[in-house]
Design a protein around this ligand. Structure first.
Ligand code: GTA
Length: 329
């Protein structure tokens, strides 16, 4: 009951903003597909598919590897959820094709107006081999990493092989996504930028996903955290939750706030997702609740320097090979 009330409460405030987006999408469509203030040329018209890396009928996503103007590319297509605030337009503006009718039962194919039938599309181009591997559906293995394994196996590997952090530096320097920032604390020690994760299309709060990226540039991951970072972590936790309450009307009790270990990008960032949303990477073997991280560092200042940590790695992850070579698997 409380959940339903909270959802209704959240939905009743946020839709103003969301409704504007729907209206913009409709206007964009009517204006020939231009995004507000930005031309959206179809960069994908020349995309040549090499192979499908993975697909999920349940999640309605497909990950495709291919070429875009002779460059390696990964394209992710994802059907977006049906939103309650668009139902009136969906019912009045669609065509219905009857498939079958039997007694009180009937099924149809509903063809919605294009602005209510968008596919969220993510393009990584040029994509490295590591990107292709990351998005490829693969078997996973749970790895046990002692503090010594971290120093002798993981750290040297991530120093050599990690993904570029350019997109993060662009955000911190306001060279990209500046207009998407939800909240910023500019303090160089405890400050951060909170903005929508690129997996979230921001059209509904049901799959809310934001990330807080710290201004400090020398914290790679959970493993680097000590009690010295408590003011930073507490600041992100408190101000991130306050900003989300103010902007999206979602209280802290509806949020899952966590760090990944291992992350894909070794610049400290914190994930904020809606509690009911099963975001990719929110399972126990990868996600560490920020509240727990804070408590662990309060009870042991070097907790993450000394603990054995567990995490999943995919079959063709180079780090998994390093653990195998060291006889750890
Ligand atoms: N705002 O440019 C960006 C950007 N990039 C490059 C990454 N992120 C960005 N956000 C903005 N702008 O949540 C986001 C990512 C991720 C976070 C980094 O930064 O979306 P992480 O370092 O812990 O890495 O977090 P993580 O979680 O491994 O990365 P990611 O991309 O979430 O991948 C995990 C799995 O989720 C993938 O293997 C794949 O199975 C799935 N996935 C990834 N992207 C999508 C997608 N677009 N749609 C559906 N599923 C996806």
């Amino acid at each position: 009951m409380a959940d339903v009330a909270a959802k209704r409460e959240a939905d009743s405030v946020v839709p103003d903003e969301l409704l504007q987006r729907v209206k913009r999408a409709k206007a964009d469509h009517e204006n020939g597909g231009e995004e507000a203030g930005e031309k959206s040329e179809n960069v994908l018209c020349g995309f040549k598919t090499s192979h499908v890396l993975g697909a999920s009928d349940r999640e309605k996503t497909i990950f495709i590897h291919g070429k875009l103007a002779d460059q390696e590319a990964v394209v992710i297509l994802e059907k977006t959820p049906i939103r309650e605030d668009t139902l009136t337009e969906l019912f009045s503006g669609s065509t219905l094709k009857l498939e079958m009718r039997n007694d009180i039962y009937s099924t149809y194919r509903l063809q919605a107006p294009p602005f209510l039938n968008e596919i969220k599309t993510t393009v990584v181009c040029p994509a490295t081999e590591k990107h292709v591997k990351k998005y490829k559906h693969q078997e996973s293995f749970l790895v046990e990493e002692t503090d010594e394994d971290y120093r002798s196996i993981t750290l040297p590997y991530i120093e050599m092989q990690r993904f570029s952090l350019q997109w993060i530096h662009n955000i911190l320097e306001k060279k990209a996504e500046a207009e998407r920032i939800v909240y910023e604390d500019p303090d160089p020690d405890v400050g951060f930028i909170l903005l929508p994760d690129f997996k979230w299309d921001q059209k509904q709060v049901d799959d809310l996903y934001l990330i807080a990226i710290v201004h400090q540039r020398d914290i790679r991951s959970l493993r680097d955290l000590t009690s010295e970072h408590l003011p930073l972590l507490k600041n992100i936790f408190q101000k991130g939750q306050e900003a989300i309450l103010e902007r999206y009307n979602l209280p802290a009790s509806k949020l899952r706030v966590y760090l990944h270990y291992q992350p894909s990008y070794y610049h400290l960032h914190v994930h904020f997702t809606k509690l009911d949303y099963e975001a990719p990477g929110c399972r126990v073997e990868r996600a560490h609740l920020l509240a727990d991280v804070i408590q662990n560092l309060q009870s042991d200042p070097k907790y993450y320097k000394s603990r054995t940590l567990y995490f999943p790695l995919r079959a063709d992850d180079g780090l998994l090979s390093k653990f195998k070579e060291a006889g750890k698997l």
